[in-house]
Ligand binder design. Structure first.
Ligand code: AMP
Ligand code: ZN
Length: 499
């Protein structure tokens, strides 16, 4: 057994992590709704769970990590009314709903690769599991915890709460409070209680994505897919369920209710929730312009930043906050993260190059290093505390630098201690944090290199223009446009941008 402790949102306290089956971990994380480009907040959540996944594997567990793709049932407004987010986008972009799903799933996967986030073991889609969802609705109906009204099926929260006394346990909501919150909704008349929620919805004629069911031609409620797919791939009871803390209610609360309603047991033993990404102290939000896309961050094309930052610097910045704390994105914080990232990469580069000679005397530095390494893993074991883990690594950096300077007491360490330190840095930086060394090839990031090439291209175009060689100048511009690179001529000179 490891010394791992995790903060369980269900109990609101840290607990020793003990999987149901020794050596195996089943983990389900709510994936993206693929109706638009993935944003940095989503990316933060998926990076956090990637580190959890990587560390569990590092500890020797065989992990089955299921992260779904939501491609039906998630309605605008996150409740039981309004249009499906995917269908709305399909109309807007004049595409088939499945083209929307494919387009934004591809973009999501690309972004996960850019940030070196590992793919999950299984990535099921809601539309691929309609039969399983219908079966689950039927089970809940058989258990008399749901009712049919005009072709839609609603979960009976009042009956459920009478039986299990647990509705609201995860999110801390009280049914009576919910009553007042949801009073205004349109479909309310079909519900026996405003806190009831749809598990199957009858579709109207205009609705694009719909399937046959015993109750109507319709579609599943948003929360149902996660209950059905986690049960299918991880069993009725599994170890970890995760997602952003904005999903606690109603999504996760209703998931728990559905699983209990169908099978009589809570699905996951440990519920892990990540906190939100802010920008300049406020929630990142598209509606008030307080937002920045990953591409803008990479290229620096945004009023919120003074320059571009590489994906690994952005990831390093995210590691500097614990996953349960909010994190505030700002130019200063990114700039500081860039320095930190370079410092640790440089220290590690030197560390890995050390060829140590066993000394005749051992100094007290040896014990300090061993203690330091222990500290690194104590922090990771403490609910995956990445900022404290980084702090522990940084405490070891001066020792590495002093070794470089050849100070005697720093050379007087056992070879096995040097090897342990090399392994610790290598494992934590690359295997557990999933960082990549962007400075490995000559100190440049990919974006720095591209910027260098682009400055040369712009210079060549300027030369052509000054010689009135319009054909060459236009050829350069058109070829770049084909590669989705736009060049703009302004008062301050010519700049480039990724389209
Ligand atoms: P969605 O695509 O909206 O279903 O969200 C996918 C995941 O990203 C969920 O786990 C959300 O909780 C999470 N998420 C959404 N916004 C943010 C944010 N600003 N910061 C961190 N995580 C977020
Ligand atoms: Zn979910």
């Amino acid at each position: 057994m490891s010394g791992l402790q995790v903060f369980n949102s269900l109990k609101k306290e840290k607990e020793v992590f003990e999987p149901i089956n020794e050596g195996l971990v089943g983990m389900y994380v709510c994936g993206p709704t693929v109706y638009s480009d993935v944003h940095l907040g989503n990316i933060r959540t998926f990076i956090s769970f990637d580190i959890i996944y990587r560390y569990l594997k590092y500890l020797g567990y065989k992990v089955r990590y299921v992260r779904n793709i939501t491609d039906v049932g998630h309605l605008v407004g996150d409740l039981d009314q309004g249009e499906d987010k995917i269908a709305e986008r399909a109309k807007l972009e004049n595409l088939e709903p499945m083209e929307v799903v494919q387009k934004y799933s591809n973009g999501f996967h690309q972004m996960m690769d850019t940030f070196n986030v590992l793919p999950p073991s299984i990535e099921p889609r809601a539309t691929g599991h309609i039969i399983e969802q219908i079966e689950m609705v039927q089970k809940i109906l058989d258990n008399k915890l749901a009712y049919v009204k005009n072709g839609s099926v609603y979960f009976d929260t009042i009956k459920f709460n009478k039986k299990y006394k647990s509705y609201g346990q995860l999110s801390g909501r009280v049914i009576d409070e919910l009553f007042s919150e949801t009073r205004e909704l349109k479909n309310q008349s079909e519900k026996k209680h405003p806190a009831d929620f749809a598990i199957w919805m009858k579709a109207d004629d205009r609705h694009l994505m719909k399937w046959n069911s015993p109750w109507s031609v319709g579609f599943p409620g948003w929360h149902l897919e996660c209950s059905a797919m986690s049960t299918k791939y991880l069993g009725e009871k599994f170890d970890i369920h995760g997602g952003g803390n904005d999903l606690k209610f109603p999504h996760h609360e209703n998931e728990v209710a559905q699983n209990m309603g169908a099978c009589g047991c809570t699905p996951a033993n440990y519920w892990l929730h990540t906190n939100m990404l802010l920008m300049n102290g406020r929630k990142m939000s598209k509606s008030d312009g307080n937002t920045i896309t990953p591409l803008q961050l990479f290229t620096g094309e945004s009023e919120h930043i003074t320059k571009g930052y590489s994906p690994m610097v952005i990831k390093f910045f995210m590691l500097q906050a614990h996953y349960r704390s909010t994190i505030d994105l700002s130019d200063e914080a990114l700039s500081a993260a860039e320095k930190g990232y370079k410092k640790i990469m440089e220290a590690n580069k030197f560390l890995q190059s050390i060829e140590h000679t066993e000394p005749s005397e051992i100094s007290e530095v040896d014990a300090k290093i061993t203690e330091g390494i222990k500290g690194v893993f104590t922090e990771l074991d403490d609910d995956f505390n990445t900022p404290k883990t980084l702090a522990r690594l940084f405490e070891l950096v001066p020792i590495i630098n002093s070794y470089k300077d050849g100070k005697a007491e720093f050379l007087q360490i056992k070879s096995e201690t040097v090897a342990a330190l090399q392994k610790c840095f290598q494992d934590v930086i690359f295997d557990i944090f999933g960082l990549q060394d962007e400075y490995a090839s000559g100190g440049n990031t990919l974006y720095d290199s591209l910027d260098g090439v682009m400055n040369l291209v712009i210079e060549l175009r300027q030369e052509a223009r000054s010689k009135k060689d319009w054909a060459t100048a236009d050829k350069i511009r058109d070829t770049l446009a084909k590669e989705k690179i736009v060049i703009k001529d302004g008062k301050e000179g010519t700049s480039w941008n990724l389209n």
